[in-house]
Ligand binder design. Structure first.
Ligand SMILES: [Zn+2]
Length: 205
């Protein structure tokens, strides 16, 4: 997907105008991580119950930079962590891990009541798909290009796995309780609901 301020303006207008049925031809670039214990174990997902939305937390970084950071973890010196997808500031999408496999995006010592009662009493990494979103500034608000592409991406995952966007799209915070991710959505809870509505709209619901 091409970037630039012109496209950003276009997305901005579309997102605000509620042009839900307009399908942007979202291009997913597959740039898979190497198999390694720290970011891509190769272990399979047991099922797909929920999509978990994240912010990258590194203001101004690109999707490719974040993908390469996950890749750099393979030597084991930078801990565990990854996600299936990263959506960039201009709406570019990189698939880091095939959705048949688990990513390490919601690992925690403890989980919320929601996770334990509704998702799993085991490790939610095995029943969730993780989408990271890049952001231009440290306060964490997303560009409309990012939101639009993430919306399209989440909609296609919902369709493939028969998920309900109102019920089955959530945040990292809702899974683990302690992590303010995505920061801007934690501080503005209406943002998740708005995103869910947009995804539902993009699916024609
Ligand atoms: Zn997160």
């Amino acid at each position: 997907m091409p970037g630039g301020p012109k496209l950003l303006k276009y997305f901005n207008r579309l997102f605000e105008s509620g042009a839900d049925t307009l399908k942007i031809r979202m291009k997913i670039e597959q740039h898979h991580l190497s198999i390694n214990p720290y970011s891509r174990s190769g272990k399979l997902l047991h099922e797909v119950k929920t999509i978990v939305m994240h912010w990258v937390g590194n203001a101004g970084s690109s999707a490719e930079t974040n993908r390469n950071f996950f890749e750099s973890r393979k030597d084991g010196k930078q801990g565990y962590g990854s996600a299936h997808y990263i959506v960039g500031i201009d709406g570019e999408v990189i698939e880091c891990i095939p959705t048949s496999e688990a990513a390490w995006h919601v690992g925690s010592k403890s989980y919320t009541v929601y996770t334990r009662s509704y998702l799993t009493d085991g490790n939610p990494n095995y029943c969730t798909i993780g989408i990271e979103m890049c952001h231009p500034r440290s306060e964490g608000a997303f560009t409309y290009a990012t939101l639009f592409a993430a919306c399209e991406l989440a909609g296609s995952i919902c369709e493939e796995h028969h998920l309900n966007p109102y019920r089955d799209i959530t945040t990292h915070k809702a899974i683990v309780g302690w992590k303010d991710c995505p920061k801007h959505w934690c501080e503005n809870p209406g943002e998740l609901q708005r995103f869910q509505r947009k995804v539902a709209g993009s699916m024609g619901l």
